[in-house]
Design a protein around this ligand. Structure first.
Ligand SMILES: NC(=O)c1ccc[n+]([C@@H]2O[C@H](COP(=O)([O-])OP(=O)(O)OC[C@H]3O[C@@H](n4cnc5c(N)ncnc54)[C@H](O)[C@@H]3O)[C@@H](O)[C@H]2O)c1
Length: 333
């Protein structure tokens, strides 16, 4: 089957070609480096299957253009699918599949890496050592043992964060719209959202981006938090009200922030902009703070995750091709 694969970097091509060998190279993969959006959708005119990544824009307009061509299936190479208009998919008779769990460990481990780096100021010590500055001034952290960590969203990733934090002897509290009974073994105590804000030394978010979670970290939430709180977002940028987070850092209410995602990341992340002027003022401000770590949506990026993403994407497409039930179908509500 001919598949138009958008937003591809060298590493995507490598892993998808390798996975295709497992399927006897039956899939005809056409790689497009460009993002999929209403301007580029015509490139997929002749393809029954289109594969997209997190910052591809599958809004109604894009889907309508795809529907005028041959496209019948969107294969999302990710777990989250907030970039896809599900109502439009239904309207235009296009199905979508995703990779629900390519490696929750990858994202959970990265979340912990961010926590530890911010706490122990590894990012600052690294820069200092390169300048042969071995002063410890400003590098003091805190023991993780006994600290209260609030996890918002205890699905596959949030639960793995709890599993790792149990090893640090943290006190783990959580909020989830649908609490996960499997989390109990990691000593997770469920509570309401405001209590998470009020009681946590560290808050980490692992819920999807849905209308209820949009700007879940906002001015009001921040006002309830402990002074010096650490907040980590490896989920989706829009869970942060970025301006409110910046204000919270400036007022010293927030002690540190780790962001692997950003509200306006779609034209910025995954690109090398090192010789360009970045026009995004909020991002520019965030990058000036010593107590903020911003990374470019890399929490998923391990060899295990890349293998799984490539393999499950092609398996999803094979199911479609054979007319089988789509195990990982994204159902419109
Ligand atoms: N940075 C990255 O590289 C990266 C990679 C993969 C996933 N993610 C993000 O991580 C998110 C979580 O992934 P997952 O695999 O753990 O998903 P999951 O579906 O297993 O878990 C999500 C959890 O959030 C809960 N939830 C749903 N609505 C909620 C609400 N309104 N308030 C609080 N909790 C709510 C669900 O009940 C569930 O327990 C994804 O949606 C995606 O946005 C980021």
């Amino acid at each position: 089957m001919k598949i138009a694969i958008f937003s591809t970097k060298e590493y995507d091509i490598e892993f998808l070609n390798k996975a295709n060998e497992n399927f006897g190279n039956v899939h005809e993969l056409k790689f497009f480096e460009t993002k999929l959006n209403k301007e580029t959708a015509l490139l997929a005119n002749d393809f029954e299957v289109v594969s997209a990544f997190v910052n591809d824009d599958l809004s109604r307009e894009t889907i309508e253009i795809l529907s005028r061509g041959k496209t019948k299936l969107i294969a999302q190479r990710a777990a989250g699918y907030n970039n896809i208009d599900l109502k439009a998919l239904k309207e235009f008779g296009i199905k979508a599949v995703r990779v629900p769990a390519y490696s929750p460990n990858a994202v959970a481990e990265y979340t912990i890496a961010m926590m530890l780096s911010l706490n122990r100021k590894i990012h600052r010590a690294y820069d200092r050592a390169r300048e042969k500055n071995f002063s410890l001034k400003g590098l003091m952290g805190f023991d993780m043992k006994g600290k209260t960590v609030g996890i918002i969203g205890t699905g596959k990733i949030g639960m793995n964060v709890a599993r790792i934090l149990k090893g640090f002897d943290c006190n783990i509290i959580a909020y989830d719209k649908y609490p996960n009974p499997d989390c109990e073994e990691f000593c997770v105590e469920y509570t309401d959202l405001d209590s998470i804000f009020e009681k946590s030394d560290i808050i980490t978010i692992h819920s999807p981006l849905v209308p209820e979670t949009y700007h879940i970290i906002n001015k009001r939430a921040i006002s309830l938090m402990k002074d010096g709180v650490m907040i980590i977002n490896t989920s989706r940028g829009e869970l942060f009200d970025t301006q409110a987070v910046i204000d919270g850092i400036k007022s010293r209410k927030i002690g540190s922030v780790g962001m692997d995602v950003y509200e306006e990341e779609s034209d910025i992340f995954f690109e090398d902009l090192s010789d360009k002027v970045v026009e995004d003022d909020l991002l520019s401000i965030l990058l000036t703070f010593p107590n903020v770590i911003v990374t470019g949506h890399q929490a998923f990026f391990t060899d295990t995750a890349m293998n799984n993403i490539a393999y499950v994407t092609l398996e999803n497409i094979s199911e479609y091709e054979k007319g089988l039930e789509l195990t990982n179908e994204i159902k419109s509500k």
